[in-house]
Design a protein around this ligand. Structure first.
Ligand SMILES: C=CC1=C(C)c2cc3[nH]c(cc4nc(cc5[nH]c(cc1n2)c(C)c5CCC(=O)O)C(CCC(=O)O)=C4C)c(C)c3C=C
Ligand SMILES: [Fe+2]
Ligand SMILES: [Fe+2]
Length: 340
């Protein structure tokens, strides 16, 4: 039998929370054509004129507020997950980040350096498809294999936003928070520009063409981030027995002037406070590991907004991180990948 290796990939963080390192990281990230999907000269202009002058200082401050002695929470947690996964499988498994370090090229070249390895299973650590997450990881892996003329085939693990075992692990890990007294649960997903969803619509005539498109059957849902996040939320509340009026779905982290998916998490939080909610829970299933966007944007910034708007407490439900049920599930999927 031909031997297989696996590579887990997440988004990545700057090397440190200094303005200089954050600038380098933001430049690499935002110059990716799958993230800011404009022709190179326009992308270069926007990143140089509108992002790099001010954002690195703001983001460095935010990163400093969550940075630990071990480094970036996202990278540290992913390493802990990798250690757990390795306990459950004999396959060679490595971790890489799409931007920054540990980098994808070193990891893929290392795995392919073992002459027994004929197949690389790429596992993007995202439950949902987006061009700015899954597609860019696949594009990068293909380019690395081709540029280095590596003698391995590439297999990509499918997304798993609605898989019963994933939803089960998510509900079980959230249970200690769900068992407490709370008024409302917000599912806060990283947003994307609406244009990204329309661009990826294989039918060219379904996504965002009507308000309820995500609830009508369509082949387009394979690449529709909004459909997939609705499915994750619906499956979660069904399993956790949460009534429809006790939860909302919202989108965070908007950047720039384009139209992004709505409603925004901050608007939803303010609205909840206005309607009298005192105790809010927020869960962020677009992320499998806690990171800047959960710990700072929700755990600090959104919490402050909720209290300012009259709320009493906002609790962030941790991501799956290195939860043993999740680590076991992941190692099972590495050995027996789901069918697309
Ligand atoms: C056009 C901009 C962006 C798109 C589209 C986008 C999509 C997207 N991102 C994640 C996951 C993460 N994003 C993180 C940070 C982050 N994201 C953007 C911009 C876009 N993301 C920026 C500029 C940043 C950096 C921080 C900042 O300056 O605000 C992170 C956290 C990284 C960390 O180090 O902790 C994650 C994770 C998803 C899942 C997604 C689309 C679905
Ligand atoms: Fe992002
Ligand atoms: Fe849709």
């Amino acid at each position: 039998m031909e031997a297989k290796a696996a590579l887990l990939v997440n988004l990545g963080s700057p090397d440190s929370p200094t303005e200089e390192d954050v600038r380098r990281y933001l430049n690499e990230f935002l110059m990716d054509k799958n993230v800011i999907d404009l022709p190179w000269p326009l992308r270069r202009l926007i990143v140089s004129l509108f992002v790099l002058p001010k954002r690195p200082a703001q983001s460095a401050k935010a990163y400093s507020s969550v940075w630990t002695d071990e480094g970036s929470p996202l990278v540290t947690i992913c390493y802990r997950l990798l250690e757990q996964v390795r306990q459950y499988t004999d396959m060679p498994v490595e971790l890489a980040m799409r931007y920054g370090r540990p980098d994808m090229e070193s990891a893929i070249v290392k795995l392919a350096g073992n002459p027994e390895i004929k197949e690389l299973l790429l596992f993007p650590l995202y439950p949902h498809y987006a061009m700015s997450t899954v597609k860019t990881v696949i594009d990068k892996a293909q380019a690395i294999i081709s540029d280095n003329q590596l003698p391995i085939s590439l297999n990509v693990h499918p997304i798993f936003y609605d898989h019963d075992d994933y939803i089960g692990a998510l509900v079980n890990s959230a249970r200690p928070w769900l068992e407490k007294d709370y008024d409302h649960l917000i599912f806060s997903y990283h947003g994307v520009p609406e244009r990204h969803i329309s661009k990826d619509d294989p039918t060219r005539s379904h996504c965002l063409k009507s308000d309820d498109c995500c609830h009508k059957p369509s082949h387009a849902h394979h690449t529709c981030y909004r459909h997939q996040i609705y499915r994750t939320s619906a499956s979660f509340v069904e399993k956790a027995n949460i009534p429809v009026d006790k939860y909302s779905v919202a989108f965070q982290s908007k950047l720039g002037r384009d139209k992004w998916l709505e409603p925004s998490t901050l608007d939803t939080i303010r609205q909840q406070a206005k309607q009298g909610a005192k105790k809010l829970l927020v869960i962020c299933p677009a992320f499998v590991a806690d990171c800047l966007e959960t710990l700072e944007e929700i755990g600090m910034e959104a919490r402050e907004e909720f209290i300012k708007a009259g709320g009493e407490s906002l609790e962030l439900i941790p991501c799956l991180n290195d939860n043993p049920e999740w680590a076991k599930l992941l190692s099972r999927w590495l050995e027996e990948p789901l069918k697309a």
